[in-house]
Structure formats: C-alpha cells, structure tokens
Design a protein around this ligand. Structure first.
Ligand code: PRP
Ligand code: URA
Length: 209
C-alpha cells in the first residue's frame, strides 16, 4: 500500500509494548509516548527534502543542510498532545496548530470543539498527530479541517491503527500518507482498538480513575 507504512524498528516495538501494558503509570506512559514520537518523527523525516547553504567551520567553507520546507505539527486534542514534544525534538522550528475533537461515546462520531492553525499552512508540510486511529472518524474530520483551511501537503502519523480505520482513511483521503507504529487486530464493540492500549487521553492525563 503506497500510502500506508508501519515503521519497523526494535526500539519502536519496545515503546509500543510499554504503552500497551496496563501496569505502566501515567508518568512512564508520557515518557514512553514522547520517546516513541521522537523515533517516529526521525523515521518520517527520512522522506523530506533538503536545501543546501554555505557554512564556515573554524577551518574552511563547506555545504550545510536544512529541511527545505517548513513544518507545522497539528495534534488532535487531547491524546495528540502527548506526541508534540517528541516531534519538536526532531523539528524544533515547527509551528504548532491544534484540533479539538472528542468522540461521542455512543455514536463514535467526532464532535469538534477547537481549531487553530498557523498562517503558513498552505506553504508547509503539515504533520497531523494522533496516537489512535480507531474508526477513523476523528482522523477523517481532522484531515477535512486541514484541507478546508488550505493545507496541501499533509502526513498523518498515528501509533496504533485498526484495519477498519486504515481502510477508511486510505479510501476517503487517498492523497494522505499514513505512518503508524503498529497495525492492530480489530475494534471492539465500543470502538476501542484491540489489543491497543485503552483510552490514550486518559492514560496520558490520568483521567482513567
Ligand atoms: C481518541 C483518540 C482519537 C480518537 C480515535 O480521542 O485520541 O482522537 O479517539 O478514535 P476514532 O478513530 O474512532 O475517531 P477521544 O475522542 O477519546 O478524545 P480524548 O483524546 O480527548 O480523550
Ligand atoms: N481512542 C482511544 O484512546 N483508544 C482507542 O482504542 C480508540 C479510540
């Protein structure tokens, strides 16, 4: 599938396992999520183009490199927030937008409550961040928002993806590339990813008691 990639790496598999484990505390969950996000950002950046410029070392002139295009990170609230710091380690000059979406627990439809993105969205690479791709309703709504507001180059980075959600986004958003750390087995009746990690927002922010 040209628009779908599972990042395969021993360190990524280790972090995925820490996040899945129900014994992982909120504290360690946040730390592991950040670490996993750094590795995902590093892998995603392999596809980016460079621009060259002249620099001077203490000894001589040589060529320097930087990313050719500006980066905008857009986490989906709340759980996407847990990925932002890791991505900023790799893309320190990135600007950050936010999309607020919350799933209705019965219908599983996303309800939107916040949207703010930087002005240069049409001239930047936009990286949508949300650890969980379950039914795909939230990702689809977020991608539609970004496109409506002018985003032209969008990459979607999740961490745990269900086959149902992957198929939905690849069908409805066929110009978007999805990167994930894991393709999981299925969804349960409540729309949770199996095996997954439970409710990502609750596990980051400690609202799971
Ligand atoms: C979670 C998750 C995604 C969404 C995925 O958010 O962070 O945004 O569910 O599910 P979907 O693919 O079926 O749309 P949630 O709505 O639980 O909000 P929260 O992060 O504020 O807890
Ligand atoms: N949202 C989550 O946080 N977890 C799931 O498994 C599905 C949606």
């Amino acid at each position: 599938m040209k628009n779908f990639e599972i990042i395969q790496h021993p360190i990524i598999k280790r972090e995925v396992s820490i996040l899945r484990d129900k014994k992982t505390s909120n504290n360690i969950f946040r730390v592991s999520l950040k670490r996993l996000s750094i590795f995902m950002a590093y892998e995603v950046a392999k596809k980016f183009q460079l621009k060259k410029f002249q620099i001077e070392t203490p000894i001589t002139k040589t060529l320097g490199f930087d990313l050719k295009e500006n980066i905008i990170l857009v986490p989906v609230l709340r759980a996407g927030l847990g990925m932002v710091d890791g991505f900023l380690e790799v893309f320190p000059n990135a600007k950050v937008g936010h999309i607020g979406l919350s799933r209705n627990e019965k219908t599983l439809e996303p309800i939107d409550y916040y949207f703010k993105v930087p002005k240069q969205i049409d001239k930047s690479i936009v990286i949508l961040l949300d650890p969980m791709l379950a039914t795909g309703g939230s990702a689809n709504a977020a991608l539609n928002f970004l496109k409506k507001n002018g985003a032209k180059k969008i990459i979607y980075v999740c961490l745990f993806a269900s086959p149902f959600g992957i198929k939905k986004i690849l069908t409805l958003q066929n110009d978007i590339k999805i990167f994930t750390a894991s393709k999981d087995l299925k969804l349960n009746k409540s729309g949770y990813i199996i095996p997954g990690l439970g409710d990502a927002g609750d596990r980051i922010f400690g609202t799971d008691d």
